[in-house]
Ligand binder design. Structure first.
Ligand code: HEC
Length: 111
């Protein structure tokens, strides 16, 4: 292998492949947050754009501080927060892990 000659091409390709192969915890965090938000069906209530929930009774999540969002997600999943329509979310996020919530929360903060 002639690393010097092909280095630029290889690293560009590697970066593209890494960005496309989502689903791994090792992938780029920003991409993971967006992907998890879709895979865990958060978007069905909080909106494809987390600033535009599907109905006004659901909260906007974009731009919220990650530390706050993460706590709310865990409280709703674990039944500590039961106000309003929390029960609707609790019904679908039971299997989402703390790590997945954290990645989503950090992504939401940047939206
Ligand atoms: C079935 C609809 C639904 C789904 C799916 C859903 N949520 Fe929610 N979520 C809600 C509702 C409704 C609330 C507000 C509860 C209330 O009325 O107080 C909420 C609240 C939240 C909050 C707290 C917002 C705040 O300002 O306190 C966060 C953060 C959140 N959801 C994140 C998520 C994430 C992340 C997912 C996906 C893993 C998700 N939600 C999936 C309906 C949903």
């Amino acid at each position: 292998m002639n690393n010097k000659k092909t280095r630029g091409g290889i690293s560009t390709t590697t970066a593209l492949v890494a960005a496309l192969s989502v689903g791994s915890a090792d992938a780029v965090q920003a991409a993971d947050g967006a992907t998890l938000y879709q895979e865990k069906v958060c978007h069905s209530c909080h909106g494809a754009n987390p600033d535009e929930p599907t109905i006004p009774a659901y909260p906007k999540l974009a731009g919220q501080n990650a530390v706050y969002s993460l706590q709310q997600m865990k409280d709703i999943r674990d039944g500590r927060r039961t106000n309003g329509l929390s029960i609707a979310m609790k019904a679908v996020v039971g299997s989402v892990t703390d790590e997945e919530f954290q990645i989503i929360a950090e992504w939401l903060q940047t939206q």
